[in-house]
Write a protein that binds this ligand. Sequence first.
Ligand SMILES: N[C@@H](CCC(=O)N[C@@H](CS)C(=O)NCC(=O)O)C(=O)O
Length: 229
Amino acid sequence: MTITLYELSGADRSLRFAPHCWKSKLALQHKQLSFGTEPVWFTEKEKFALSGQPLLPVITDADKVVSDSWEIAQYLESTYPNKPSLFANEEAKAQAESFHQWVSSVLSKHIPGIIILDLFNIIAEQDKEYFRTSREARLGTSLEEFAATPEKHIQNLQTELAHARDLLKNKMYFGGDKPDYRDICLLGTFLWIASSGTSDFLAKDDVIYSWYQRVLEDYREVIPTSISA
Ligand SMILES: N[C@@H](CCC(=O)N[C@@H](CS)C(=O)NCC(=O)O)C(=O)O
């Protein structure tokens, strides 16, 4: 086994919640590559200092070090072209890049309001001050204030998902009849919510809910059995 995925973890090292780390783990699983993982707390950045930057995910593959979930997906695709594809062709890759950006910067803004206090409760004691200070500076308010109305954020998330519903119309997966990197981006983001302890964030009659049930099983090998739709 030569590939190691460095990913954020909770106080309990087996608890992995970070969305971009989930994307890389799902991409590794999709490509049927053998890999190990290294759990990292927020305040253990020295563990992946060799990447020369402060964010996760990072992978090492023999003497290669790659950071950033989108860079990792591209690296895996070009380094292991004979393994199952993350992007069926150049057009699918361009669509995946734009979907990745939509998920990361548009859809994801509704999520901290749903889970931020749950996240605060599951991270390591030594991470709590860093997490509170950095997130409160970013949000411009206290974690408690920001998390006061989770229903409103769930509602906004469901409304924002209209774009994904449109893309998925009459299809099993975003790319058609098998999952690709677009499915991984959205699943990784839902796993952020689910790993933090919220399960009811989709309506049962939503096509996105049926899709979520399907992809959870497709990637079940790397998803804890405690997570269900
Ligand atoms: N654009 C980056 C974003 C990476 C990112 O924001 N990572 C988060 C975890 S999902 C992180 O490392 N946070 C650590 C911190 O805030 O100190 C990617 O897609 O990989």
